[in-house]
Write a protein that binds this ligand. Structure first.
Ligand code: 5GP
Ligand code: MN
Length: 367
């Protein structure tokens, strides 16, 4: 292993020695890719722009909160701004200021395409691959417009004109806050509500390891806008529907499996369960955390069966990397302790069987 690394380093050294100019060019290009040029951006936004902000499918509080905060600020600055979401956001996020302005691509495809046609600037928020835009993906990724990516997911596959990304930060909302500050733009009370929501949602109410003193500094500043943080928490967590309670009961009482040998647990919902308990979008938000709250469980998965496939949510504690697991086996990704994935060629039973068969390969990591 060490020998391999030494060999590699020798190869790199020889290459740089023999191709100094090319190497310099490659390193310079890489630096440009990971850097963001705020001076140029400030100049860029001194002209009125036609902007579309977009984020990932099934937007959560971070995705929608970040988008709405930026929407509000850019509008105040006099730009033409639209938010286009691949699909609907959950009902409990409707309290976010300007959420009714979001255009849903799945429902309003023609209007969305017209706006995408006219756009000169895209903001891509909170996603790392165009596949997370679903049907919208082709229209956005092929469009010749100026692109700005703000994201905190691992293994980004998006090359934007400007990238403001950091995988160590717990929410895109924190990055958007930083971005706004670096641009010398003003935060409004409405945008503070949206950013606070983004941070609370993606930090698990400030409990994930990626929460830092800087997270709290940002929150402290957001609270200075006189936002009602108790009301935000109430809106986010205390507006359960009866269908949510019943679906959770179903998961906990029967649709649950413990793999004690692997410190793992799963819950699942079938298409029939969704029908029987009258599922609405947003009902199952956070369900995946219930198995993880069991003493000793370090890996939990929630499977939900829709008409177009099985959606999976992965969560872990400590070092087990669910981003890698989701990417390798379930066409997904995300973060080390929270990721998602999907399966379209197996039914629910087959997907769970396949998942179960994988666990033995990870025994040492899950012990
Ligand atoms: P959730 O389980 O809440 O849907 O997602 C957990 C995290 O993984 C979120 O940060 C979400 O953006 C990301 N994620 C969910 N599904 C996918 C997927 O299919 N692909 C990728 N790359 N990320 C995903
Ligand atoms: Mn996020």
């Amino acid at each position: 292993m060490n020998l391999l690394i030494v060999n590699r380093l020798q190869i790199y050294y020889e290459f740089i020695k023999n191709h100094t100019l090319i190497s310099f060019f490659i390193i310079f290009t890489l630096l440009i890719m990971i850097n963001i040029d705020f001076l140029n951006l400030k100049k860029y936004f001194s002209t009125k722009r036609n902007i579309v902000i977009t984020t990932h499918r099934s937007p959560d509080g971070d995705a929608l909160g970040s988008s709405l905060a930026l929407y509000n600020i850019l509008k105040e600055l006099g730009h033409i701004v639209n938010i286009i979401l691949p699909n609907k956001f959950p009902y409990f996020l409707d309290f976010l200021p300007f959420s009714s302005k979001a255009i849903i691509f799945e429902k309003e495809t023609e209007k969305s395409l017209k706006l995408i046609n006219e756009v000169d600037t895209f903001f891509f928020l909170d996603f790392n691959t165009f596949s997370r835009l679903d049907k919208m993906s082709d229209y956005v990724s092929n469009k010749n417009a100026y692109t700005i990516l703000i994201d905190h997911h691992q293994d980004s596959k998006i090359q934007a004109d400007q990238s403001f990304c950091d995988t160590n930060i717990c929410s895109t909302a924190e990055l958007v806050y930083d971005f706004i500050k670096k641009m010398d733009w003003n935060i409004s009370k409405e945008s503070a509500i949206s950013l606070y929501t983004g941070i609370v949602t993606d930090s698990g109410s400030f409990k994930y390891p990626t929460v830092s003193s800087k997270t709290h500094d940002i929150v402290s500043n957001l609270l200075s806008f006189d936002i009602d943080h108790s009301l935000i928490h109430k809106n986010l967590f205390d507006r359960s529907t009866i269908s949510r309670m019943r679906l959770l009961g179903k998961c906990i009482s029967t649709n649950f499996k413990l793999y004690s040998e692997y410190n793992s647990a799963i819950i699942y919902l079938t298409k029939d369960d969704l029908k029987e308990y009258r599922f609405i979008k947003g009902d199952t938000e956070g369900f995946v955390n219930f198995p993880l709250s069991l003493d000793g469980v370090i890996f939990s998965v929630f499977f939900i069966e829709f008409d177009d496939g099985i959606k999976m949510s992965f969560r872990s504690k400590f070092d087990f990397d669910v981003n890698k697991f989701a990417r390798k086996h379930f066409n997904g990704g995300g973060h080390k302790n929270a990721a998602g994935g999907k399966v379209t060629d197996l039914n629910l039973v087959q997907t769970i069987d396949y998942f179960s068969s994988l666990l033995s390969k990870y025994k040492s990591e899950l012990s």
